[in-house]
Write a protein that binds this ligand. Structure first.
Ligand SMILES: [Zn+2]
Ligand SMILES: [Zn+2]
Length: 339
């Protein structure tokens, strides 16, 4: 089968022929129909994220149909439409036992990170990782749920986003659009920050009550203070995380404000503790999502409460165009590959 492969840090991906995987006991094989392209893939390519496993098929937003099942799996699942949960935990550690596989230190698999992912025609995963999709959700719309929407659900829950909170979504890309919608569902007041007028318009459409265009108002910290009558933000989701944006994100925190890193760049985070001390501010990170949050994200999309945004759908063979568009930040939502 065809697969887009990561060959190591700072090397371009390559479309290769690889053996089609066969499902073992307790596993299913998914014929992939839609694979979302995430910013993470750019971090692999640049070498910023180096997990030491190569070659490796990229992609962790994976939707398709089960086409074959291994021993012990109900044959009725063949042809079922599914979304892949990309973590497979050890099942025994303190995190797995509480359903938080995203923090498992002994993962059996993490598709698209340590194990072959979705930029391919087929993937084999444990039966429980292939989560059934409701009829109303197309596979193209489902793929971006896998990381884009689930990351937003997890981050909002981690930051305890609640009614009346001022939430700043710093960076309006695919995950940012998910965060705006999920924060609105939790009845927060959302401020979107970005540099593209088109993306900021979409941010408004999705529920951001205010937006700050960082090109026009470079002092984003002060802009958020002004918009909140001096109070600042209860929660800031950092999706850009450059030296400059991190300084603004910290400066805009309200008393007991929570700064949550969802994205990262090459830059380090520098802060003088006094900035955190006097506001009793908290800084944390958010990674991935639980299986339960994946189910929640699917339900939100199926019920029409959250929209996934697909900028374009292209054949697997055109992955380079997708990656280029992603790198240049020209997208309104995800690029979805159709293997
Ligand atoms: Zn992702
Ligand atoms: Zn575990």
């Amino acid at each position: 089968m065809k697969a887009v492969r990561y060959l190591g840090p700072k090397q371009p991906f390559r479309l290769e022929d690889v053996p089609t995987p066969e499902p073992g006991p307790g596993e299913v094989r998914v014929r992939i129909r839609a694979a979302g392209m995430c910013h993470t893939e750019l971090h692999f390519e640049s070498g910023l994220l180096n997990l030491g496993v190569a070659p490796l098929t990229m992609g962790h937003e994976i939707a398709g149909e089960i086409d074959r099942v291994g021993r012990g799996v109900d044959g009725a699942r063949v042809r079922q439409r599914v979304l892949v949960y990309y973590y497979s935990g050890c099942g025994e550690c303190e995190w797995c036992r509480t359903g938080q596989e995203n923090l498992c230190g002994s993962l059996r698999a993490e598709y698209g990170f340590f194990n072959d992912g979705g930029y391919a025609e087929y993937i084999v995963v444990p039966e429980r990782n292939a989560v059934a999709l409701p009829d109303g959700v197309s596979l193209e719309d489902a793929a971006p749920i896998g990381c884009g929407v689930t990351t937003a659900v997890h981050a909002c829950s981690l930051a305890s986003v609640g009614k009346g909170d001022v939430v700043v979504v710093y960076g309006v890309g695919a995950v940012g659009f998910g965060l705006i919608q999920v924060a609105r569902l939790r009845e927060a007041r959302v401020i979107g920050v970005g540099r593209s007028t088109t993306k900021l318009e979409l941010a408004r459409e999705l529920g951001a009550g205010d937006v700050v265009n960082a090109r026009e108002e470079p002092d984003v910290g002060s802009a958020v203070r002004r918009l909140t009558g001096g109070r600042g933000a209860d929660v800031v989701f950092e999706l850009v995380a450059t030296r400059d944006t991190m300084a603004h994100a910290t400066a805009m925190l309200a008393k007991r404000g929570r700064l949550v890193f969802v994205g990262y760049s090459e830059d380090d985070y520098h802060v003088h503790p006094i900035q955190l001390v006097i506001n009793e501010a908290t800084v944390s990170g958010s990674v991935g999502n639980t299986m339960e949050e994946l189910r929640e994200a699917i339900a939100l999309v199926a019920d029409g409460k959250v929209r996934t945004l697909v900028d374009r759908t292209i054949p697997l063979s055109q992955w380079e165009d997708g990656l280029t568009a992603l790198r240049e930040g020209r997208l309104l939502g995800r690029v979805v590959l159709e293997p």
